[in-house]
Design a protein around this ligand. Structure first.
Ligand code: NDP
Length: 295
């Protein structure tokens, strides 16, 4: 199948690598050198513009920071709409916002192009392994069309509802991730200050009811070791919590916990900058308290 992939960032690149093994793939990336490098390594073609990338494609996948960048890429003489043919399918793997997804879907529907929002979870390791969870918002027929494509990098591919439902699910997931990160940092800097051995405390936690993906999946390799690899920008997690707060508001649900989480994530982003990794929020808490969570 002729497939185009736009946005070879930290998560997009390994996703596109799997697609290149199964499909006739053309890639586009804002920074051209990254697309050229990817093409040389994968056998895919690199296009100079979004328009060139999507021309002739049956399926187009996008993976950009937010819905804003996806919407911006639709327009202009070199944009997606200038090249996309009627009958094509666009799968947006960006962790976007539900309203943005619906706006894109409407614009594409006017061109007889089907759309699904398909954000992913599982991190860069999950993407490398082709084992992502994919959260799809689409009509039933579009979901069935999308599923075999998404299976290139997805292990669990779930239809959550109409367009926007995938984005809402992803935002709630990542808001809970952010709550866990911040709460872990607070609790464990206090335990470290109190002289409780951190590794033992983590083992006890992970055998108890307060454990989470953060404490089981992230803290042992990244925090206790002080390795802090850069795999997912804190700025993007901040964006996700903001989307979740907006989504809860749209449903008339009060969100005091997530509003506070959003304010704390904004503050961490302001302190650490746009390139910091999401777990640096824990490091910031370490700096504030003078206690390190290592062991
Ligand atoms: P990165 O910041 O690593 O990459 C962003 C990509 O978007 C790059 O290809 C970048 O191009 C491109 N881009 C940025 N701004 C623009 C623009 N204005 N116009 C066109 N292209 C642009 O992000 P990730 O790959 O980490 O994340 C992508 C999406 O996936 C986000 O929505 C994120 O929340 C989500 N996600 C990320 C995960 C992760 O573990 N990293 C996990 C799950 C979801 P350039 O190379 O030129 O900078």
């Amino acid at each position: 199948m002729r497939v185009a992939f736009l946005g070879l960032g930290a998560i997009g690149r390994p996703m596109a690598k799997h697609l290149a093994k199964q499909h006739d793939l053309t890639v586009w990336n804002r920074t051209r050198a990254r697309a050229d490098e990817f093409a040389a390594a994968s056998g895919a073609r690199a296009a100079a513009t979004p328009r060139e990338a999507v021309t002739g494609a049956e399926v187009v996948l996008t993976c950009l920071p937010t819905s804003r960048e996806v919407e911006a890429l639709l327009d202009g003489p070199d944009g997606i709409l200038a090249g996309l043919a009627a009958g094509a399918l666009l799968l947006d793997c960006t962790s976007g916002d539900p309203a943005g997804a619906r706006r894109v879907a409407e614009r594409l529907a006017a061109r007889q192009v089907a759309f699904a929002d398909c954000p992913v979870s599982g991190g860069t390791n999950g993407a490398e392994a082709g084992a992502l969870t994919v959260m799809v918002g689409a009509d039933a027929a579009t979901f069935e069309r999308a599923r075999p494509l998404l299976a290139a990098f997805g292990k669990r591919i779930e239809h959550l509802g109409p367009v926007g439902a995938g984005s809402a699910m992803k935002a709630v997931n990542n808001a809970l991730l952010a709550v866990n990160i911040l709460a872990f940092g607070e609790g464990f800097t206090a335990l470290a200050k109190a002289g409780v051995p951190v590794r033992k405390a983590l083992e006890v936690l992970n055998a108890s009811s307060g454990r989470s993906f953060v404490t089981e999946g992230l803290v042992p390799d990244r925090v206790l070791t002080g390795a802090w690899p850069n795999t997912f920008r804190l700025a993007l997690l901040d964006k996700d919590v903001g989307i979740a707060v907006g989504f809860l508001e749209s449903q008339g649900v009060d969100a005091p916990v997530l509003q506070l989480t959003s304010a704390l994530m904004h503050a961490a982003r302001a302190a650490l900058g746009e390139e910091a990794d999401y777990l640096e929020a824990i490091r910031l808490q370490e700096r504030r308290t003078g206690a390190e969570i290592r062991g």
